[in-house]
Design a protein around this ligand. Structure first.
Ligand SMILES: Nc1nc2c(ncn2[C@@H]2O[C@H](COP(=O)(O)OP(=O)(O)O)[C@@H](O)[C@H]2O)c(=O)[nH]1
Ligand SMILES: [Mg+2]
Length: 345
C-alpha cells in the first residue's frame, strides 16, 4: 500500500510521515498531495487567531474536547459519531521548541490518546508565504484523512493572519481583557476577517471594556444589519421581503464570552461555528469561500513557482546589480523590473 492509500485508510504513522514530506515541500510530498486532493473538500476549516496570550490554544483544546464528546452532548444528532478533529498550530513568533508550543503540548496531552484527534505543530521556518502554503498543504492532507473539523491556530500579527485566514471557512478572532488599552484585532486590522469574535478570559476585570470596544468597531463595519436588528421585525412590512433577503445574506459576527480554562462559553462558541457553517451553506457563501481559498492557493503557488523559475534563469549577479543601481538612483524599480524581464524573455 502506498503512503497516500495508507493515509486514506486512517494510518496515523503514514499521516505523520506524509505531513512531514508535505511541510518540507519535497517532491514526494507534492506527489502524495496530488493523489489525495480528490479526497479533500469535506472538512470544516476553522481559523482561530488573535494576539499571543489571549488563550487561543486553551480554546482550541476545549473545542477539540467538546467535539469529541458523545454526539448527544455536543449538539449533533443522537446516534451520530463524534466529529474527528485535527489541530494545526502555526506560531511564527515562537521557535518550534519554544515555551508556547511546549505549553500547548502539555494542554493537549489529555487529547493525545484519542484516535479521533490529530495535533500538528507547524515548524515555522521560512517566509510567511512559505508558511501559508505549507499550512494549506498540511490542512489538505488532514482533510483527505477524514478529519471533520480542522482547527488552525495562528498568532495575530497582521497581514500573515489575513493570508492564513483565507485558508479557513470560519475565522474566529480571539481577544482578552488586560492586554493593553488597544484591542489587538482592531490594531492589526484582523477584525475585518472575523466571522466570530471571542472575548476570552471573561473571568478577568475589563471584559466589559473589551466587549464594548469590539462592538463599537463591529457597528462601524456592519451598520445595516445592526440597524435592522434594533428595529426588529416590525420593519419587515409588506414589500420589504427583498430587503429581508438581502439582510439574511449578511452575517453579523457574534461576540462570545468564554473562560477557556473552565470551559465556560464553549457550547455557545461551538454553536456559533456551526451556525456560521449553516449560513455559508444556505447563502452560497461556502462555495464562494472554497473558490476564494483555492484561488489564494493557486496564486501563491503560481507566484512562488514563477519567481523561482525566473530567478534561476537570470545570469548570476544581475539581480544584485539591479539592486545596486536602484540604491544609486540610476534605475527606478519599474525600470529594474523591465530590464530583468527583458533579460530572461
Ligand atoms: N484567567 C484566565 N486565563 C486563561 C484563560 N484562557 C487561557 N488562560 C491562560 O492564559 C495563558 C495563555 O493561554 P494560551 O492558550 O497559551 O494563549 P495563546 O498564546 O493565545 O495560545 C495561559 O496561562 C492560560 O492558562 C481564561 O479564560 N481565563
Ligand atoms: Mg498558543
Amino acid at each position: 500500500m502506498d503512503l497516500a492509500q495508507a493515509v486514506l485508510a486512517g494510518d496515523r504513522l503514514a499521516l505523520a510521515r506524509t505531513l512531514s514530506y508535505v511541510e518540507n515541500g519535497t517532491e514526494q510530498g507534492r506527489s502524495i498531495l496530488s493523489d489525495l486532493f480528490a479526497y479533500t473538500g469535506n472538512a470544516h476549516l476553522v481559523g482561530v487567531t488573535g494576539a499571543s496570550g489571549t488563550g487561543k490554544s486553551s480554546l482550541v483544546n476545549q473545542l477539540a474536547r467538546y467535539y469529541r464528546q458523545p454526539a448527544r452532548q455536543n449538539g449533533q444528532m443522537e446516534g451520530e459519531v463524534p466529529l474527528r478533529v485535527a489541530v494545526v498550530a502555526v506560531d511564527p513568533t515562537s521557535p518550534f521548541t519554544g515555551g508556547a508550543i511546549l505549553g500547548d503540548r502539555i494542554r493537549m496531552r489529555d487529547l493525545a490518546g484519542d484516535p479521533g484527534v490529530f495535533i500538528r505543530s507547524m515548524a515555522t521556518r521560512g517566509s510567511l508565504g512559505g508558511i501559508a502554503s505549507a499550512t494549506a498543504a498540511v490542512v489538505q492532507v488532514l482533510d483527505a484523512a477524514r478529519y471533520d473539523m480542522i482547527l488552525i491556530e495562528t498568532v495575530g500579527a497582521g497581514q500573515s493572519e489575513v493570508e492564513i485566514a483565507h485558508l479557513a471557512h470560519t475565522t474566529v478572532v480571539v481577544e482578552a481583557p488586560g492586554l493593553g488599552d488597544d484591542i489587538q484585532a482592531i490594531k492589526a486590522g484582523i477584525l475585518e476577517i472575523a466571522d466570530i469574535l471571542v472575548v476570552n478570559k471573561a473571568d478577568l476585570p475589563g471584559v466589559e471594556n473589551t466587549e464594548r470596544a469590539l462592538r463599537g468597531s463591529l457597528d462601524l463595519a456592519h451598520p445595516q444589519p445592526h440597524h435592522f436588528q434594533h428595529h426588529g421585525h416590525l420593519e419587515m412590512a409588506a414589500g420589504q421581503a427583498d430587503k429581508a433577503e438581502a439582510f439574511e445574506a449578511i452575517w453579523v459576527p457574534p461576540i462570545i464570552r468564554t473562560v477557556a480554562i473552565e470551559g465556560t462559553g464553549i457550547p455557545e462558541l461551538v454553536k456559533a461555528i456551526s451556525d456560521h457553517q449553516m449560513h455559508l451553506h444556505a447563502t452560497g457563501g461556502w462555495v464562494l469561500r472554497e473558490r476564494w481559498r483555492l484561488q489564494t492557493e493557486l496564486d501563491m503557488l503560481l507566484e512562488n513557482r514563477l519567481v523561482e523559475g525566473f530567478r534561476s534563469r537570470l545570469p548570476v549577479g544581475v539581480y544584485e546589480q539591479m539592486l545596486e543601481d536602484m540604491l544609486g538612483r540610476r534605475l527606478s524599480p519599474f525600470q529594474a523590473v523591465e530590464k530583468l524581464v527583458d533579460m530572461v524573455d
